[in-house]
Write a protein that binds this ligand. Structure first.
Ligand SMILES: C[S@@+](CC[C@H](N)C(=O)[O-])C[C@H]1O[C@@H](n2cnc3c(N)ncnc32)[C@H](O)[C@@H]1O
Length: 265
């Protein structure tokens, strides 16, 4: 793939947008451990972010990528000053509408996380739910971390959360082919495989359209181990990098499904 609008994550390709929003809204959650629907999961995650970060009221938070704004809106409802950044216009349009409905004042910005240009503006940057490693090169993926670092004020905090943890995958505990019931009655099939050579998860989602035809969209994400990710954070300038396995501050373990990293500028 040669230019950005052919990349799996681009708006033009169509993995993100209506396809993703439909597939993300499953009756049961994405994690093996807990069966939470999307709304419950969002509340758990926002409670978790606030439990792990030490934030004063009205702190400024950059949520990148914000997706359709689920964390941004909940954080704004709790009094934080939020900027929601994402590349996808459809996600951002839904986010804006939902924010208005909730009287949540949020600045939504359409931009590529590779090109962020914030300088010492935020008390916290959050990167939620398996949203790191989208780019083909380690160089580009670390550029995103450098952008997050630059966006933070001195002593600002960064939190990355993913439900993908390599030792958990290698122990055979990760689901590689599953079908989830969606709230709209459709079903989502997810198939993926970890490639230890490229260190990427390559997969696809299949949804049926209104005529019953299958639509398949692929993705490919570089998955970093805890050690690799902390190393990238340190190279970007972060200090005090800590790894957790859940929102209750349980230290990272190879058995954990989630991996949460908190670091400071
Ligand atoms: C897995 S979703 C997670 C979104 C949100 N954090 C959540 O938990 O709902 C990943 C998001 O990344 C966005 N995205 C993909 N590539 C991007 C890029 N290059 N720059 C900015 N956002 C991007 C997608 O549009 C999508 O909204």
């Amino acid at each position: 793939m040669s230019n950005n609008n052919q990349k799996w994550w681009s708006e033009e390709y169509g993995f993100f947008g209506d396809f993703y929003m439909e597939g993300d809204n499953s009756k049961e959650g994405y994690r093996v451990a807990e069966k939470q629907n999307l709304k419950q999961r969002t509340l758990t995650e926002v409670d978790g972010v606030l439990h792990l970060l030490d934030l004063r009221p009205k702190s400024k938070i950059l949520d990148c990528p914000t997706g359709y704004g689920r964390h941004s809106i909940e954080l704004a409802k709790r009094g934080f000053v939020v900027t929601g950044s994402d590349l996808n216009s459809k996600h951002l349009a839904v986010a804006k509408k939902e924010a208005e409905k909730n009287s949540a004042k949020i600045k939504f910005v359409k931009e590529n996380m590779l090109d962020l240009n914030y300088d010492s503006e935020f008390d916290a940057v959050i990167n939620m739910f398996y949203s790191f490693g989208f780019f083909e090169s380690d160089e580009d993926n670390s550029k995103v971390l450098q952008n997050f670092f630059k966006a933070l004020k001195p002593n600002g905090q960064f939190l990355m959360h993913t439900d993908v943890n390599i030792p958990f995958i290698q122990a055979g505990k990760y689901k590689h082919d599953e079908t989830r019931a969606l709230t709209n009655g459709n079903a989502l099939r997810i198939v993926d495989k970890y490639d230890p050579v490229t260190k990427r998860i390559n997969g696809f989602w299949i949804l049926k359209d209104e005529n019953g035809e299958e639509i398949k969209k692929e993705y490919s994400v570089r998955v970093y181990t805890k050690e690799e990710f902390i190393d990238l954070c340190k190279r970007a300038g972060f200090r005090f990098c800590k790894a957790y396995s859940d929102w209750d501050k349980k230290p990272y373990s190879e058995d954990s499904e989630d991996m949460i990293i908190v670091a400071m500028k």
